[in-house]
Design a protein around this ligand. Structure first.
Ligand code: GSH
Length: 205
């Protein structure tokens, strides 16, 4: 296995699904957590001026979704057939969009007016995303209860983590989506994930 160094802030935020992929696959990696306060002195030295980025034996990958896709492929968590892989990608794209809008609420301007606009934007994106993700899950003919195909993929991991952040702000957002809730419970109670989730560093988001 290559030597992996994963650079992100000391939060779950946009980067956590990468850490969860390593945990699910049982692959060791160096978890570099940059304190927010130190970011200005690090930024110019990073490959893209933003986080996360991943070093693989010294070769750099940027863009969270590309990093997640790479690790999913490496660890066999990207879906079996070509069509399944694309469904995993589709779900991932919706979740990333929703998560980016939630993070704007946490990391963007905190005044009341901006928060109102950002919140409305995030609720709208998440509702649309849930509807489409739910449709994809409902077309899975396998009875194993995962989002795509017969076994756990990155789509399930990301469904768990993205909504973990979303539910903090909108606790009822999944009430109309029992299939999504069921997948989140399956991930949460999966032995490897359960162990990771109880041991991972606790951060506000
Ligand atoms: N499209 C990029 C966006 C990365 C991004 O904006 N990361 C944020 C943290 S979640 C960041 O580095 N912010 C600090 C900055 O841009 O100076 C990705 O998905 O990796």
């Amino acid at each position: 296995m290559p030597k992996y160094v994963y650079h992100y802030f000391d939060i779950r935020g946009r980067g956590e699904p990468g850490r969860m992929l390593f945990a699910m696959a049982g692959i060791p990696f160096q978890d570099e957590r940059i304190p927010q306060a130190d970011w200005p002195k690090h930024k110019a030295k990073t490959p893209a001026g933003s986080l996360p980025y991943l070093e693989i034996d010294g070769t750099v990958l940027t863009q969270s979704l590309i990093i997640f896709r790479h690790l999913s492929r490496m660890f066999g968590l990207d879906g079996d057939s070509i069509l399944d892989k694309s469904k995993v990608d589709e779900i991932t794209a919706y979740l990333a969009e929703g998560l980016a809008n939630v993070l704007k609420c946490y990391l963007g301007p905190q005044d009341e007016e901006s928060q109102k606009t950002l919140n409305a934007q995030f609720v709208d994106t998440v509702n649309k995303s849930c509807k489409r993700i739910d449709e994809i899950i409902s077309t899975n003919k396998s009875l194993d209860g995962w989002a795509v195909g017969k076994k756990l993929t990155f789509a399930d991991i990301f469904i768990f983590e993205a909504f973990e952040v979303v539910l903090q702000g909108q606790p009822n957002i999944l009430d109309k989506f029992p299939r999504i809730q069921s997948i989140r419970r399956k991930v949460e109670t999966h032995s490897t994930m359960q162990k990771y989730l109880t041991q991972r560093k606790q951060t506000p988001f």
